[in-house]
Design a protein around this ligand. Structure first.
Ligand code: C2O
Length: 571
């Protein structure tokens, strides 16, 4: 009898949790959209005729099903940036890593659960430069209602998507950048929620407006969806309290400037406590490359914060004072001041490590034979690499399918744990000293790093000065990682380890590694599948700044990758 009640109670409990976990079903039609920007009319590829596309709003614990119908002339994939995709790697989205693209005229349903993460994420195309116009917010709220926020409930929540705009077809922009061999691809504008704002030609009406009421609290869900640039973001006369980054709660951090790299998201509370008037919000470049600079987009996008019932609205909104484009000190302060919010029941940073990796990354040169098209230059073409491997996508079959079907010859499992050589990584002399010349070359290969299920991994990410030092936003799919420490120059083990935050490190899915510096991160490989880690500057991905983790299945039924869905796209 007791046993019966136990089973009954268990059954009721699981019904209860089923009732809580909802299904969010959406249809994304990827098709043409007519749009006027910066005095030109264009036809772009967009989802449901919107740019940014629709915001997906879910509760933690929900199942999401998005039917993507490709009515565009391009191959399409959609990536749910930052979603763990536990056991559902088939829905992750990176082109040729977890799937072949959805061909024009075809469709695919992405199905996944949202578990153990709350805050702001986003979705975007993960093939060529198409994410410039195919992107949107993914908002995850606590399933127990707004009371479950670990901070006072905001009065309103507002997605702020920062984007980048070209007066051109973005697929061609990418082709030209790759053909020119130098990756030059300067954009024409930045945008806030798709609008460039009044500092650009023909744009005085294309400006984002946020109406606020005195005394109310607004949670800005800020996403950097720009392709190739980190951005500073400010609102004149207002400060922020950062409460989450990459859909992981942080300890409250007060600041009046936000720095955000492509791929990252920041949830920031902003109280409307300034004298009622008009205020600009603005975003502009954080450029971390050491001079000489390549051509870059140094324009400013802005929107307007407008107080309701304001009787003293001057026609000239106040403009925030923006940091200089090369203000690395401000960027570094923001990036290194975040700490994680410890919560009962939430996993914490692993203290024991099974796999240590030391990964150098940055630009490099492709010796001519593997990339003839771009080899009419004296020294070969620009590539990018991790541990001297310039990642090349497979062409016949996605890595995930090859792994699942055990097809040999698609990829090799010997991505190295360290670079072929240790040198003075961040010293620019690597570019001029003839004895160091061999260090500049990185061959194109499809190599992955194989990890045992549940292995605890520490990665030191070391920037190199090859071609140029630069702060690259490195994004890992399928996981969050803990950020232990960051610094400039070469990583020094004994000194660095003393600075590790092993108490309350913040979590990220994308880390902006300091220019000419390093970062140390840890994660637990508890999600079987193949997961790409890459630079979230879109131009560096086809150049090869990527690697892939192949994570083995675990011993229990709930640690085994599920089979591919019936409608899985074929190459
Ligand atoms: Cu947001 Cu692999 O990307």
């Amino acid at each position: 009898m007791a046993r019966f009640f136990l089973i009954l109670a268990f059954a009721l409990a699981s019904v209860g949790s089923l009732a809580l976990a909802g299904l969010v079903e959406r249809t994304f039609r990827v098709g043409k959209m007519n749009i006027s920007r910066l005095c030109e009319k264009r036809v772009i590829a967009a989802v449901n005729g919107q740019m940014p596309g629709p915001t997906l709003e879910v509760l933690e614990g929900d199942t999401v099903e998005v039917h993507v119908i490709n009515e565009s002339p391009y191959n399409i994939t959609i990536h749910w940036h930052g979603v763990f995709q536990r056991l559902s790697a088939w829905a992750d989205g990176p082109d040729m890593i977890t799937q072949c693209p959805i061909r024009p005229g075809n469709s695919y349903t992405y199905k996944f659960n949202i578990i153990g993460q709350e805050g702001t994420l986003w979705w975007h195309a993960h093939v060529s430069f198409l994410r410039a116009t195919i992107y949107g917010a993914l908002v995850i709220r606590p399933r127990r209602g707004a009371k479950a926020y670990p901070f006072p409930k905001p009065d309103r929540e507002v997605p702020i998507l920062l984007g980048e705009w070209w007066n051109a077809n973005v697929v061609n922009v990418e082709k030209e950048a790759l053909l020119s061999g130098n990756g030059a691809n300067k954009s024409d504008a930045y945008t806030i929620n798709g609008k460039p704002g009044d500092l650009y030609n023909c744009s005085s009406k294309e400006i984002y407006k946020l109406k606020v009421e005195s005394g109310k609290t607004y949670m800005l869900r800020i996403i950097n969806a720009a392709l190739n640039n980190q951005l500073f973001f400010k609102v004149a006369g207002h400060g922020f309290t950062v409460v989450a980054a990459d859909a992981a709660y942080t300890k409250p951090y007060k600041t009046d400037v936000i720095v955000i790299a492509p791929g990252q998201s920041i949830d920031a509370l902003m109280i409307a406590d300034a004298p009622p008037a008009l205020y600009y919000m603005a975003a502009q470049l954080y450029q971390s490359i050491s001079p000489p600079f390549p051509p870059f987009d140094n324009t400013t996008t802005r929107g307007v914060l407008e107080y309701k019932y304001s009787h003293v609205q001057s026609p000239h909104p106040q403009m925030p004072e923006m940091p200089a484009f090369n203000n690395t000190a401000t960027a570094h302060r923001f990036y290194t001041n975040l700490t994680g919010l410890l919560m009962p029941g939430k996993p914490t940073v692993p203290l024991e490590i099974d796999t240590h990796m030391f990964i150098t990354f940055g630009l490099g040169i492709d010796p001519c034979q593997t990339n003839q098209v771009t080899c009419n230059r004296t020294r070969g073409a620009t590539v990018a690499s991790m541990n001297n491997v310039s990642f090349r996508n497979p062409t016949k079959m996605s890595l995930l399918e090859a792994r699942y079907k055990n097809v040999k010859g698609i990829y090799a499992e010997d991505f190295p744990n360290k670079p072929p050589l240790f040198f003075d990584f961040t010293n620019a002399s690597v570019n001029t000293d003839p004895t160091l010349a061999p260090l500049l070359f990185a061959p194109k290969e499809t190599k992955v790093k194989r990890l045992k299920y549940n292995s605890r991994v520490e990665m030191v990410l070391q920037n190199t000065a090859i071609i140029s030092n630069e702060n690259h936003p490195l994004h890992l799919h399928g996981y969050n990682f803990y950020v232990l420490a960051q610094g400039f120059g070469n990583y020094n083990k004994s000194m660095a380890e003393q600075s590790y935050n092993l108490v309350d490190p913040h979590e990220r899915n994308t880390i902006a590694v300091p220019t000419g510096g390093w970062a140390a991160i840890r994660f637990v490989a508890n999600n079987p599948g193949v997961w790409i880690m890459h630079c979230h500057f879109d131009i560096h991905l086809p150049l090869g700044l990527a690697t892939v983790f192949e994570v083995e299945n675990g011993p229990t039924p709930d640690s085994i990758l599920l089979p591919p869905p019936m409608d899985f796209p074929q190459c």
